[in-house]
Design a protein around this ligand. Structure first.
Ligand code: PLP
Length: 414
């Protein structure tokens, strides 16, 4: 068997986003890109801010010796110092360079953090719906994924986490603003989780880490605030990137911030610096480290995401779709409407699985209108589907009547 069972399992978990992306490629080739309304991928369509280009032009002219050499695995000390100032302001906790490890995006940061803390068989709790790749990342380091239901409105429910804790719990991953729901966890929810983890840790002698995955922290709407996970719980590791904030996902630059309140903060920092090397990342891209250090106050055009999100939300609500209002990130997670009896029979005849909800059937129905979303089961939550609105306003405007028609036809059994 040429491919490992674990890799096959990971491929299975990420397959819905990939599959819908591939459907989009086929449809665009057949009908033309402007005829397809593709809400399947979280790939920001906004360009980086102009300041990024200006900094890059300047940096490529830097001819000082050693500019392209190896560096400490955690990244340039001066960059980490600058990043620490920003992280301190966001988390409300004073940090210096020794709390920051520069990473290859948030994905590189999550893998580095999990590699540093997991022993084989350790458990990591994820909240449903979750970023699909958490499964692969946890399994990469011999961890076991423990899935927990969100609370009402996709809130963070400490009560639900309680039942999933065990002496093998190494970490809980929270992602706020959330992909795929757009929900921001409240201070009270984080405090309740922190109290639970502290109590559990004290009882069983192993304090779980809280991994706060925050690549969407700066993409929030209506003045919403993202409460600090570090302020809530001492054993916190924040992982983030500039993929969304500066629209740089291809450049692979992010960081890990270790709370100075972690019991083993110094050792953890050293472990992270070693793991980023051992995983083969070695260090985060040098040029990008120098670039982001000069762009700490810059952002992509967040207001444009806000406009798109509210326009799409308005159109979908008017057409009868149900979903929590997006507070941040650029996703809407909507309920797949109930299928009619006739539609159930049709789905059964074509071998479609309606177990747990009609997300796959409804996403396939949307495809007939050349509208693409991703079934919720790709995020561990059947019965819902994700729409990613990092697409042009023309795409949103063009799609709204199609969403309405699709809903009308679905209800009428057409
Ligand atoms: N975490 C979440 C919740 C994400 O949505 C993403 C990317 O979409 C990542 C992590 C990975 O981000 P990066 O591209 O910076 O590795």
């Amino acid at each position: 068997m040429p491919i490992s069972r674990q890799v096959k399992n990971s491929m299975e978990h990420s397959s819905w986003i990939r599959r819908m992306f591939e459907e989009g490629v086929k449809l665009k080739a057949e009908f033309g890109a402007d005829q397809v309304f593709d809400f399947s991928l979280g790939n920001p369509d906004l360009e980086p801010p102009e300041a990024f280009r200006a900094v890059m032009r300047r940096l490529v002219e830097d001819t000082r010796a050693g500019t392209h050499g190896y560096m400490p695995n955690a990244g340039y000390a001066s960059v980490r110092e600058a990043v620490a100032r920003k992280a301190s302001a966001q988390q409300g906790l004073a940090m210096g360079a020794s709390s920051i490890v520069m990473t290859v995006g948030a994905a590189g940061g999550l893998n580095t953090a999990l590699k540093a803390i997991l022993d084989p068989g350790d458990e990591v709790i994820v909240i449903k719906p979750y970023f699909a790749e958490y499964h692969s990342f946890i399994q990469n380091h011999q961890g076991i994924v423990v899935e927990v239901e969100a609370g009402p409105g996709f809130s963070l429910s400490a009560e639900n986490v309680r039942a999933a804790l065990s002496p093998r719990t190494a970490a809980v991953i929270v992602n706020s603003p959330n992909n795929p729901t757009g929900v921001i966890y409240t201070r009270a929810e984080l405090s309740a989780l922190a109290a639970l983890l502290s109590e559990h840790g004290a009882r069983c002698g192993r304090m779980p880490y809280l991994i706060a995955d925050e690549p969407y922290r700066e993409i929030v709407y209506g003045g919403a605030e993202v409460p600090s996970a570090m302020a809530a719980y001492p054993e916190t590791i924040v992982v983030t990137s500039w993929s969304k904030t500066l629209s740089l996902p291809g450049e692979r630059i992010g960081y890990i911030a270790v709370s100075p309140r972690c019991a083993d903060a110094k050792e953890l920092f050293e472990a992270l610096a070693m793991c980023t090397r051992n995983l083969g990342y070695v260090n985060a891209p040098a040029l990008m480290q120098r670039a982001v250090a000069e762009l700490l106050d810059e952002q992509c055009d967040v207001r444009s995401y806000a406009r798109r999100g509210s326009e799409l939300a308005r159109g979908l609500r008017a057409a009868g779709y149900e979903f929590p209002d997006p507070q941040g990130a650029f996703y809407i997670f909507a309920r797949a409407p109930e299928p009619s009896t006739a539609r159930r029979a049709e789905a059964a005849a074509s071998g479609l699985d309606l177990d747990g909800g009609a997300d796959v059937a409804f996403v396939m129905h949307l495809k007939k209108y050349k509208v693409l979303g991703v079934p919720g089961r790709g995020f561990g939550t059947p019965g819902w589907f994700r729409l990613s609105y990092c697409v042009s306003e023309a795409t949103i405007r063009g799609a709204i009547p199609l969403f309405a028609k699709a809903m009308e036809d679905w209800k009428a059994g057409r």
